[in-house]
Design a protein around this ligand. Structure first.
Ligand SMILES: Cc1cc2nc3c(=O)[nH]c(=O)nc-3n(C[C@H](O)[C@H](O)[C@H](O)COP(=O)(O)OP(=O)(O)OC[C@H]3O[C@@H](n4cnc5c(N)ncnc54)[C@H](O)[C@@H]3O)c2cc1C
Ligand code: SF4
Length: 535
């Protein structure tokens, strides 16, 4: 109780991990509050065979340690489309513990939707302003890939060698060439050679189950050791932030926490508070932090907090390539995706989609779900088809719409007495048009592949593929946004929010590299303001 930290960071995922490391390295005494607890690499279930698991891994048994039961039921969906789900995790490292690590820079035009494409709003910062931070993050986390010379997918200066194309991906590349569709090596925060005291990937294909050697970037494997090495770092596990408390000027002064194990309540005092709880939980925390200074929730004089929930719409198509029929099964596990199809319909709004390829792990033969039968005959069909199975996963940009939002339900609380989040989300006509355009793109590619198509992205978009953003948006106008271009609250100068909730708009690219670049830039800004004694 007696100590006041220079900074309190809430949430240890991509945003919080990089924020804690940067602030500690700049000399600040930092406490990182994390609602979850550590899962040691040895406790990962990545290498369990399907038959080791009760439901063969089909019910997320491998990820269970990251999603405790006190979290699962503490949410409500209201007036929402059926295919929409949000991802909330509780573990040290957040979702970086089992992500797929595709790291794509936003293009200059992605920050200027209103100016370039006449939709949504421009961000308060430009690509040029963020580019040095993209570079810094890429070099810290280690990214494999290429500079493919594409304006729609700007590249960094230093990449590790790219992952090689596998058989089916070479076939895909050839099929796409006549369409003018590029198939490029994916850019992933996966080490193709040893880097920064972490070993190279051993191509087991279990990135999304947890990497036991930290060849894929995670905050516990990379950022937290760096923070710890400064001597400025304190980590509090099981510390669930209930509310941010303010002083008589309405500035943030402390975080009220409840220990998830003991139920004990405590106040953690700090001069600067950085919220990194991810899109749903950050909005929830601010909306639950009401006071007479901030009656609508902390930093919410604009009413924007909770609004503009969006992210990726997605769908998958599975194709069996006739050209590989009968080829003996071989090991093609790799590091989930090795190639990427960047956005190729660049002039239209409904062209804002790209495809990730083959991100299923082969240890569980995912195509088995689509085949009928049982017994030896079924197993042999699954085995025979394995080398020729190709998966295209489409990710499309959803528009930021103020009606899609997170609110809190004051009448329903979670196991710790905290009001739960309520999600309202509906795709609008332009989202559905984009989904159809993505589906037609996938169909065209499949026709050229001359394969047997098992499913075709479905009839309706699904969201958000764990890529939620937008609920505490940045903007130039404090009347319509919660944060300025440094992720700093317009209303409360010592409050920052640097996870995906700060995005003004989305793009077809995965969000996490941009989250980490924004968090790095915000950390630098905090350092400058502290030096000038403005914080
Ligand atoms: C299977 C999977 C694959 C993915 N693949 C990719 C990919 O290829 N590329 C990509 O860009 N992104 C990918 N993502 C998404 C990516 O993981 C997230 O965008 C990223 O981790 C978000 O970082 P964050 O810090 O905002 O939130 P998170 O990583 O979710 O971390 C938030 C943390 O805050 C903690 N927290 C929440 N509320 C509180 C509270 N009240 N008090 C204390 N702590 C709290 C949580 O416990 C959690 O640890 C994937 C995600 C998953 C699940
Ligand atoms: S494929 Fe590589 S990065 Fe992915 S879990 Fe296995 S060793 Fe780790």
């Amino acid at each position: 109780m007696s100590r006041t930290y220079d900074a309190c960071v809430i949430g240890s995922g991509a945003a919080g991990g990089v924020m804690a490391k940067e602030l500690c390295e700049a000399g600040a005494k930092v406490i990182l509050l994390e609602a979850g607890q550590k899962v040691a690499p040895g406790q990962f279930r990545s290498h369990c065979w399907p038959y080791d698991l009760e439901f063969r891994g089909l019910r997320g048994e491998k990820q269970e340690p990251f999603y405790p039961t006190d979290l699962k039921d503490s949410i409500r969906f209201e007036d929402s489309d059926s295919g929409v789900g949000v991802d909330r995790i509780r573990v040290v490292g957040g979702r970086t513990l089992h992500w797929n690590a595709v790291v794509l820079r936003y293009a200059a035009a992605d920050f200027r939707e209103r100016s370039e494409r006449g939709i949504e709003e421009d961000w308060p910062i430009s690509y040029e302003e963020l580019a040095p931070y993209y570079e810094r993050v890429e070099q810290t986390i280690g990214v494999c890939g290429n500079d493919d010379g594409l304006e729609i997918l700007p590249a960094g200066k230093h990449y590790l060698p790219p992952l090689p194309f596998r058989c089916s991906e070479e076939i895909l590349k050839k099929a796409c060439e006549p369409m003018g569709v590029r198939v490029i090596p994916v850019r992933k925060a996966v080490l193709t050679r040893p880097y920064d005291q972490r070993p190279a990937c051993h191509y087991c294909g279990h990135c999304m189950d947890g990497c036991d050697v930290s060849a894929i970037f995670s905050t516990p494997g990379s950022m937290l050791p760096k923070a710890r090495a400064t001597g400025n770092f304190t980590l509090r596990e099981n510390a669930l932030a209930r509310e941010i408390l303010v002083d008589k000027q309405g500035l943030a002064r402390a975080v009220s926490i409840v220990d998830r194990q003991t139920g004990k309540e405590e106040e953690i005092r700090a001069r600067v508070i950085v919220v990194c709880c991810a899109t749903v939980e950050s909005a929830r925390l601010l909306l639950n932090s009401r006071s007479r200074y901030h009656p609508a929730g902390l930093g919410n004089s604009s009413g924007a907090v909770g609004r503009y929930l969006h992210g990726h719409l997605s769908g998958q198509v599975h194709v069996y390539l006739e050209g590989l029929a009968g080829v003996p099964p071989f090991n093609q596990d790799g590091a989930t995706d090795h190639v990427y199809i960047p956005r190729y319909r660049t002039s239209t709004n409904d062209g804002a989609f790209g495809f990730q390829v083959n991100f299923d792990s082969y240890m569980f033969p995912n195509h088995a779900r689509s085949l009928l039968g049982y017994g030896a005959q079924f197993k042999s069909a699954v085995r025979r088809m394995q080398p020729g199975f190709l998966m295209l996963g489409g990710f499309g940009k959803v528009l930021a719409n103020p009606e899609n939002r997170v609110t809190v339900d004051p009448h329903r609380v979670d196991a710790h007495g905290i009001p739960i989040p309520v999600i309202r989300f509906r795709f609008d006509e332009s989202d559905v048009a984009l989904f159809r355009s993505m589906r037609s793109g996938a169909q065209e590619i499949c026709e050229r592949l001359k394969g047997t198509v098992f499913d075709h992205l479905g009839d309706q978009p699904r969201g958000f593929a764990s890529h939620e953003v937008g609920t505490v948006r940045m903007g130039r106008d404090p009347k319509t946004s919660a944060l300025n271009g440094y992720c700093q609250s317009h209303d409360v100068k010592n409050l920052f929010v640097t996870d995906g909730s700060c995005f003004t708009t989305s793009s077809e690219k995965n969000p996490t590299l941009t989250i980490m670049a924004l968090s790095t830039r915000a950390a630098e800004r905090i350092g400058e303001l502290r030096k000038r004694r403005e914080l």
